[in-house]
Ligand binder design. Structure first.
Ligand code: ATP
Ligand code: MG
Length: 296
């Protein structure tokens, strides 16, 4: 079918050449033949057009289906993230109300036993002292676990929370950390979800810096830009190619991207081999700010 219009064109040109050689009497019949050929050509073009229209329609339908499935995937991811945070909240409440409270009660009993045991029973006293140390160690672990599940420090404000997290990271990793922010940022009021999104972003970035960057320094900066809180996390490590195909099993940044986007924010990654990495996470400031606190 593809070659037909071409052969028709050949036929028409052929007849034109014949026109020059044939007498004037056969002119009318040639014209009729030409018209018939043109008509056939138009019919073929219409068939081709129809096929094209059908193809375009099929593409449009496939594109709409793809967009719909992409939207569903975004919704599903947002739902999973919300469910994960709810589960963390429930777990941390349970841990706090049962394990931590019971451990504290146990600790009070052990302290009393220790105080009532005379120095003459030094072996028993030592055993009770060791039990007390054990309970204290378990309490520290539970507290850390509670902090990871649901950061209670968020109530202190974002700047204080980031500061605490960076100090903890600096202590355990040995990487020098620096925090800066525009004046007045410590008075910033943010809704819980936005603060939690930024906190999780910081956790993922610090985790990545520790695991992948070989950096010796991390700089974090908080600013207000066009009604958004922008958190910039920069390291002086080995860097990577953000446009490279995602490694199987690597979901941290993808997850973060979804989370920040779902919150109406954005995630910008700038990195190059041997030139470190910079991530800017921005989330909208939906909560009303104190008097005199203006965001550009
Ligand atoms: N600060 C960084 N410095 C160097 N490379 C990095 C940095 N952050 C991320 N990367 C690179 O980007 C990749 C993807 O990071 P991502 O956080 O998505 O996954 P991951 O850390 O490998 O796994 P996970 O799903 O546990 O987070 C990493 O494997 C690493 O190669
Ligand atoms: Mg990661």
């Amino acid at each position: 079918m593809d070659t037909e219009p071409f052969s028709h064109r050949m036929e028409i040109r052929g007849r034109r050449r014949t026109d020059q050689r044939t007498p004037a009497g056969s002119h009318a019949s040639d014209e009729a033949a030409q018209k018939a050929a043109m008509l056939r050509l138009t019919q073929d073009q219409m068939l081709v057009n129809q096929a094209l229209v059908e193809k375009i329609l099929a593409f449009e339908q496939a594109e709409a289906a793809l967009r719909e499935s992409e939207r569903k995937l975004h919704d599903l991811l947002a739902h999973q993230q919300a469910a994960r945070e709810d589960e963390r909240k429930r777990l941390s409440r349970e841990l706090h109300d049962t394990l931590a409270q019971n451990l504290l009660a146990l600790r009070i009993d052990i302290v009393m036993l220790y105080q009532q045991t005379t120095r003459r029973h030094y072996r028993l006293r030592d055993r009770i002292g060791a039990a007390l140390d054990n309970v204290d160690a378990i309490l520290r672990s539970v507290k850390q676990l509670l902090g990871e599940l649901r950061p209670s420090c968020l109530e202190l404000g974002l700047m204080a929370t980031v500061d605490m997290e960076l100090r903890k990271f600096g202590r355990t990793s040995g990487i020098a950390c620096d925090l800066a922010g525009e004046p007045g940022i410590d008075e910033l009021v943010m809704d819980e979800e936005a603060s939690l999104t930024l906190y999780r972003a910081l956790q993922e970035c610090l985790n990545n810096i520790l695991r992948h960057s070989l950096a010796s320094r991390v700089n974090v900066r908080l600013d207000i830009v066009h009604g958004m809180l922008a958190m910039r996390i920069a390291d002086n490590g080995i860097g990577f190619d953000p446009a490279a195909v995602r490694k199987p099993g690597s979901f941290g940044l993808l997850d973060l991207h979804e989370r920040v986007n779902g919150h109406g924010g954005s995630l910008l990654i700038t990195s190059a081999y041997a030139h470190g990495t910079e991530l800017v996470v921005s989330v909208p400031l939906s909560a009303p700010q104190p008097d005199g606190f203006t965001s550009e």
